[in-house]
Design a protein around this ligand. Structure first.
Ligand code: FAD
Length: 331
């Protein structure tokens, strides 16, 4: 995954609720625009282009350099609690997780001198592994539901205590760790692979009643095509306004669905699942729109889209940078 396009698309990091989007930390960009000019763009030199590049830069030029402010993090508390999705009710787990996100800001105690614990970043995941020889034997044919957590400066064990009580766990990797080990929290594959995927930023998750069950049934082992569900808790630093075009900061959750296989099969799983969420969806997240076959509707709210179209008209009127989700078209 490229660090530049990750950042131009917002960049939702492992400690995102504590520190905000990666784009929020960019101080300066160097970009070659459609006229062939190399521009050094800062909030002072060209506030409008700076604003637009961070959120939609793929449409506006080739970014050749980024200067990013760093945050000092040596260690963090984090890991994953995995449950057997056939032994526990995944919908009940999702409801318990959602309820926990409402209480976690006040749980536990900030370590002396550390920041308050309400910057905890977490997500829910449900993965139905197919019964394929290519997979490790312990995963073949399993349905693993997990909650992933990361925070700094807090009494992590106290914060996650209610999660550990939800039910018997398959594995528990929650611990203090050096930042260099933080990639183990999500265990993303370190090799390229193909899939389709899409996302919905939700005002709220509203998983009371039947909805959690419907969503997980539509995407679970019986879905007909493998579908990975990831639900990120947003808010706090992600909700802070910033001078960039990363939209939907008011969203409380991000639902991401990934499928493998062909496009038609993918849509057959994704469309009904996202239809369940449509009423509460603010829009989609650019970094999690993986070739799901559309023109980019819903990636920006109407005001952001109009403002982006004005920047595009100024710096790329011939639409040279068009081989991605466009910002010229009305939403
Ligand atoms: C396993 C995995 C885990 C991920 N986890 C996260 C995550 O935790 N948080 C998150 O926010 N995202 C995550 N993503 C999404 C990722 O940030 C986006 O898919 C990103 O766009 C990937 O960039 P790329 O350069 O690899 O892809 P590409 O398809 O090569 O690029 C994506 C877009 O950026 C444009 N682009 C590339 N380089 C430049 C440049 N220098 N200047 C201008 N435009 C450019 C390309 O033209 C294209 O339109 C993940 C993706 C994967 C595959």
């Amino acid at each position: 995954m490229g660090a530049v396009s990750y950042t131009l698309g917002g960049g939702l990091g492992i400690l995102a609720r504590e520190f905000g989007y990666a784009a929020d930390h960019v101080r300066r960009l160097e970009v070659v625009t459609a006229d062939g000019e190399l521009r050094r763009v800062t909030p002072d030199s060209d506030p409008e282009l700076y604003w637009a590049l961070l959120g939609a830069g793929q449409n506006l030029g080739v970014v050749t350099e980024l200067e990013i402010g760093l945050v000092p993090v040596r260690t963090l508390y984090g890991g994953s609690l995995a449950f057997d999705g056939r032994a526990v009710d995944p919908a009940a787990l999702l409801r318990a997780y959602e309820a926990w996100t409402r209480t976690s800001p006040t749980l536990g105690s900030a370590r002396a001198g550390g920041p308050p614990s309400d910057g905890l970043t977490s997500s829910f995941a449900a993965v139905p592994y197919p019964d394929l020889p290519a997979l490790p034997p312990h995963l073949r044919g399993t349905y693993v539901v997990s909650i992933r957590v990361a925070c700094t400066g807090a009494d992590g064990d106290a914060l996650v205590a209610p999660l550990r009580e939800i039910g018997p766990v398959l594995s528990d990797s929650l611990r203090e760790m050096p930042y260099a080990e933080s990639h183990t929290i999500h265990s993303d594959p370190d090799f390229p692979h193909a899939y389709y995927g899409d996302s919905a930023v939700l005002r709220d998750l509203y998983v009371d009643g039947a909805r959690a069950g419907e969503l997980l049934r539509a995407t679970g082992p019986e879905a007909g095509q493998m579908c990975v569900v990831q639900i990120n808790h947003l808010g706090r630093a992600l909700a802070r306004p910033a001078p960039n075009a990363v939209p939907y900061r008011e969203g409380r959750f991000l639902v991401r669905l990934l499928t493998v296989g062909d496009r038609e099969g993918a849509r057959a799983v994704l469309d009904p699942a996202f239809a369940l969420l449509a009423g509460d969806s603010l829009g989609r997240s650019l970094n999690f729109a993986f070739g799901a076959g559309d023109r980019g509707t819903g990636l920006y709210d109407p005001d952001t889209r109009k403002r982006l179209a004005r920047v595009k008209e100024t710096c790329d009127p011939a639409n040279l940078f068009r081989r991605n989700y466009g910002v010229s078209a009305p939403c």
